[in-house]
Write a protein that binds this ligand. Structure first.
Ligand code: FAD
Length: 186
């Protein structure tokens, strides 16, 4: 059976959204910019409103009842589209793995390609708030692609800047290669 079309129906309303739901540039809730818990609360809110038949007006200013909120340690099913954290983890894995396999002495062409890739990446990243901040970081902290270690450390520092922004612990960049290439020494 067709479920509610959350991306069009509920999102059409200037509703009171559960905290943590980030809107996309199209004004609709953005799954890849929001936490899974926040997005699930929004989906549940929209669904129950549709079920009650009160839609379309009822979501405006509606409070999210505690029963519609997922538990705080909510983990989205593995086969759901990614939320901001799942997308972020997968992306960091890709980026640090690119650093780990980048040549120790890259050619001019390889350096150019990596710069181009990172520039495009920062514009195409599917969480727009994350992307804009990352573009800002790249404008401030010029990318370093002169060697594997140079890029690995630059990327580690960029990741740390996001860690600080989202309130996570920073990582010791002296150990980036152990984490992403060789495995831990001890
Ligand atoms: P992650 O931060 O995803 O890290 C994965 C693993 O990398 C960690 O377990 C650790 O072993 C290792 N690691 C951690 N730090 C470093 C480091 N500095 N260098 C090397 N390895 C490290 N989320 C938001 O909520 N808001 C944002 O604005 C935002 N911006 C982002 C921008 C980008 C470009 C990316 C790729 C992601 C962004 N994210 C953002 C997602 C966020 O960074 C995390 O990916 C997400 O919160 C999940 O975190 P995590 O604890 O699983 O670990």
């Amino acid at each position: 059976p067709a479920g509610p079309n959350l991306s069009t129906d509920a999102a059409r309303q200037p509703q009171k959204l559960p905290s943590g739901v980030v809107l996309g540039k199209d004004g609709k809730p953005c799954r890849t910019c929001s936490s899974g818990a926040a997005f699930a609360a929004f989906a549940s809110q929209a669904k129950s409103t549709l079920k009650s038949g009160a839609f379309p007006g009822a979501l405006v200013g509606a409070a999210v009842s505690s029963s519609s909120l997922p538990p705080p340690a909510y983990t989205p099913p593995a086969d759901c589209p990614p939320d901001v954290a799942v997308l972020g983890r997968s992306t960091w894995t890709l980026l640090h793995s690119i650093a780990a396999t980048y040549p120790t002495t890259p050619s001019q062409q390889e350096q150019k390609e990596l710069k181009t890739f990172m520039g495009l990446f920062s514009r195409l990243y599917p969480c727009w708030v994350c992307a804009e901040d990352f573009q800002g970081y790249m404008a401030k902290e010029q990318i370093r692609v002169g060697s594997r270690d140079e890029f690995g450390k630059w990327l580690c520092e960029a990741h740390n800047a996001v860690n600080v922004k989202v309130g996570k612990k920073t990582f010791d960049c002296a150990r980036w290669e152990e984490r992403w290439r060789t495995g831990w020494k001890d």
